[in-house]
Design a protein around this ligand. Structure first.
Ligand code: GLN
Length: 535
């Protein structure tokens, strides 16, 4: 069988958290910079249908695509590195695989056969891998297999990889990411865990083509030779992946290790030209040589696990580089903010971002943080729940509706200034039922947002059930909080701004999902710029 699309599988061994997502995204970046259209996909072995219902403490941020998929945060890295939007097809979980196989069984599609892990589950996995290839838009599809080789739940995925390696012999390679730990007592780097990890893959019938070795120290020639010999790979396929100062260095480090060149050779593809990384290098250069520095408070309830706000912190990195400014984030736990300590908690910050979220915990701290930025005229960006808190704060402290709230938290409050969207009221399932994905928004000319975007018509991604209650709109506008962004079809308020303030913007959508290295998000760029000017 032959197939024109080439497949690269990225597996991980020894331990989790080695950064498969960043390695996959870096390789994709290098291949893209050589002129190959490249897609990346993540297969997650857990049984949830998607991470949408997962607590961020479990799995970090839930990333949302244009077509409304709630996905793994690695998809955010893919988009930030490649500047190409991902979709439903880019994140597959065991839950999705089983759901689809079971639905087929109920429809009688297996014609009376016993439905089994092999071949039915593995066939479904192989189909999902090839969906992106079949589109015909991509020369190369990189598939990252979540989890660690040897885990019970990743077995069907590794088996699917084994089968594809066999079926598309010349069109597939496996890159295995491992760890070469340094034992300080012995003063040595140790290759044994890598050898064992490769043996485990071999037991499952998969010979990796390239080993990407995470290490804190340089891998010398002897060590590379040893790894190559024990693991049946060529010397040039032992790639050193040293800890980097920033994830944005990784494509450059992988380029100097020639990961892309070796991968192309093994895929029987011409290396074409050298990768064109001019704009990437320029970005890294600006990132590392800032001319100013600002501190922005990120107020949220998941700040102990910074991955919960991954896209926001990365957006600040992009916007900081654009403004030649180092953005320091002060992580402020919304649950720990009180009226008594707020001055201390937010002392000296140049800007305040109130983060998205769900539920009661930490909400009063978020509302107090909005008040602090409104009264002290500190540039403010509120995202989703952060925008809703801005509306509640304004209703309470400017309009005098002391009982104003969102019905998410206080169902029968006197002034439901944030209320559940009509179409949400009949929904009882939690998974995949919010207002999700890209919606259009019209911006008011002359507003902070229209100045930021340099256009009056935008499209941004959403993930919420509640919205601004339009029965209060006139009262808000008369008193200085304007709706400067609205959905053209439904009239839903998507952006609010306060006029008498250096820069105060609340967005119902999530701008952070669309910021990339090539396209730093205009709202973050404008926010950092306002922070800088106001300092
Ligand atoms: N909990 C709010 C809602 O569902 C905000 C959601 C969010 O911040 N993503 O509307």
């Amino acid at each position: 069988m032959s197939n024109s699309t080439k497949y690269v599988f990225v597996t991980g061994g020894v331990t989790s958290s080695l950064g498969k997502g960043i390695i996959s995204a870096s390789l994709a970046k290098l291949l893209q910079a050589r002129g190959y259209s490249t897609a990346i996909q993540k297969l997650d072995p857990y049984i949830n249908i998607d991470p949408g219902t997962l607590n961020p403490y479990e799995h970090g941020e839930c990333f949302v695509t244009d077509d409304g998929a709630e996905t793994d945060l690695d998809l955010g890295h893919y988009e930030r590195f490649l500047n190409v939007p991902t979709s439903q097809a880019n994140n597959v979980t065991t839950g999705k695989i089983y759901q689809s196989v079971i639905n087929k069984e109920r429809r009688g599609e297996f014609l009376g056969k016993t439905v089994q892990v092999i071949p039915h589950i593995t066939n479904e996995i192989k189909e999902r891998i090839q969906v992106l290839g079949k589109k015909g838009t991509y020369d190369i599809v990189i598939t990252e297999i979540g989890g660690t080789v040897g885990d019970i739940e990743s077995l069907p995925y590794v088996e699917a990889v084994r089968q594809m390696m066999w079926e598309f012999e010349n069109d597939c390679i496996v890159i295995h990411l491992t760890l070469i730990p340094y034992l300080s007592a012995a003063g040595e780097l140790k290759t044994k865990p890598t050898q064992h990890s490769v043996k485990q893959l071999l037991e499952l019938g998969v010979q990796p083509d390239i080993l990407c070795c995470r290490t804190e120290h340089e891998l010398d020639l002897n060590l590379r030779r040893k790894v190559a010999q024990f693991c049946n790979v060529s010397m040039n396929a032992v790639i050193e992946s040293r800890d980097a100062e920033t994830i944005y260095d990784v494509p450059l480090l992988m380029q100097s290790e020639e990961l892309d060149k070796v991968a192309l050779e093994k895929l029987n593809l011409p290396t074409k030209s050298v990768p064109d990384l001019d704009s990437w290098n320029e970005f890294v250069d600006r990132l590392k040589n800032p001319k100013s520095e600002v501190t922005i408070a990120l107020v949220g309830k998941y700040v102990e696990l910074k991955d919960s706000y991954k896209s926001i912190s990365e957006s600040f990195i992009h916007a900081g580089a654009t403004n030649e400014t180092k953005v320091n984030i002060r992580w402020v736990h919304s649950e720990k903010i009180t009226k008594e300590n707020i001055d201390e908690q937010l002392a000296g910050v140049d800007g305040i971002l109130v983060a998205p979220g769900f539920g009661t915990r930490g909400i009063s701290g978020k509302i107090d943080a909005v008040r602090y930025s409104r009264e002290n005229k500190i540039p403010f960006l509120g995202i989703c729940l952060g925008m809703q808190c801005a509306v509640i704060e304004f209703a309470r402290n400017v309009l005098g509706h002391k009982e104003a709230h969102t019905t998410e938290i206080s169902e029968n409050c006197a002034d439901p200034v944030i209320d559940m969207m009509e179409e949400q009221k009949t929904i009882s399932n939690l998974g995949g039922t919010m207002r999700l994905g890209a919606y259009k928004c019209e911006l008011s000319p002359g507003s902070n947002v229209s100045e930021a975007y340099h256009t009056d018509s935008i499209s941004e991604r959403h993930r919420h059930r509640y919205e601004f209650n339009n029965t209060y709109l006139e009262e808000f506008e008369k008193n200085g909080m304007k709706a400067t962004g609205k959905n053209p079809e439904t009239g839903l308020v998507e952006v609010v701004e306060i006029e008498d303030h250096p820069w105060f913007v609340g967005a119902q959508f999530h701008p952070e999902y669309k910021s990339t290295v090539d396209n730093p998000h205009p709202l973050f760029v404008a926010f950092v710029n306002a922070v800088l000017k106001n300092k």
